[in-house]
Write a protein that binds this ligand. Structure first.
Ligand SMILES: [Cu+2]
Length: 123
């Protein structure tokens, strides 16, 4: 049994509207997520961090893209940030930190701890 053409048309319009609303909602959420995550870059060169001081805002999630420009591997390590990650020589990785309270959070390169040192200042 077929339903009247007007009912079918109404139902299709409803489905199309739902899809449009869903797409708008998804793009809105994506933009929100993008705006909330700040990205900063950190480089390792000659077993040193550049910059050695990263200033980030409190209560915000931050993506740190770490480039290891040395040919040897290094491990980003921080007890205070509770992070450790090995980065192979001449490659990059990403770590996420935060949201954090105001303060200073030290980090170092576990393979070259005497030279590779830095701090995240949250303010
Ligand atoms: Cu470690």
């Amino acid at each position: 049994m077929s339903e009247p053409a007007a009912t079918t048309k109404l139902r299709n319009t409803g489905i199309i509207l739902s899809v449009i609303i869903l797409l708008v909602a998804v793009s809105f959420i994506t933009q929100l997520a993008r705006a909330e995550t700040l990205e900063i870059e950190l480089r390792i060169r000659d077993h040193l961090f550049f910059p050695d001081t990263l200033v980030i805002p409190a209560n915000q999630k931050v993506r740190i893209r770490i480039f290891n420009e040395d040919p040897t591997p290094e491990e980003f390590e921080s007890f205070e940030l509770n992070r450790e990650k090995v980065i192979a020589g001449n490659s990059q990785t990403v770590i996420f930190i935060g949201p954090l309270k105001e303060g200073e959070y030290f980090f170092f390169g576990e393979f070259f701890p005497k030279t590779a040192q830095g701090v995240v200042i949250v303010e």
